[in-house]
Design a binder for this molecule. Structure first.
Ligand code: SF4
Length: 137
């Protein structure tokens, strides 16, 4: 699906993962986080560009702090945390990275990992975007 999605979009945009950080985050709402926490993938850039953003250094679209990784590099880091007992993966500010998110999920599943996946967005997503996530999140 993801390769098809990338192809449909007419380019290689799904190959590059724009990542601010990948880490275990204990600060999500307790009902989501529970004791095992969440492995969060913080994407750089954001579709909203709010003037008051506390994460401006990573959310701005001009020069965010980021690393550009391949999907396999991202998945390797996530698997490290899953192997430590974390059982959820959160995608933070993911709206502009839909193809990349699906690529990560599919790659994890191909490698035998099926954690709970969390779409942690600002809420401003098109209905079509949410529909495309139906079988993933
Ligand atoms: S939606 Fe959130 S992360 Fe994005 S710019 Fe606004 S405050 Fe920052």
């Amino acid at each position: 699906m993801s390769k098809g999605l990338v192809k449909k979009r007419g380019g290689n945009c799904g190959v590059e993962q724009h990542i601010s950080s990948i880490c275990v985050h204990k600060g999500e709402e307790p009902v989501i986080s529970d004791k095992k926490s969440v492995c969060n993938i913080f994407f750089s850039h954001c579709n909203m560009q709010c003037s008051y953003c506390q994460n401006y250094e990573i959310s701005n679209n001009k020069n965010p702090i980021e690393k550009i990784l391949t999907t396999n590099q991202v998945v390797e880091k996530v698997i490290y945390h899953l192997n430590q007992g974390v059982n959820k993966v959160g995608f933070v500010s993911p709206s502009h990275m839909l193809a990349q998110v699906i690529d990560i999920i599919e790659t994890l599943k191909q490698k035998g990992y099926s954690p709970v996946f969390i779409w942690n967005s600002n809420g401003y997503d098109k209905a079509e975007t949410i529909k495309m996530l139906e079988n993933y999140i």
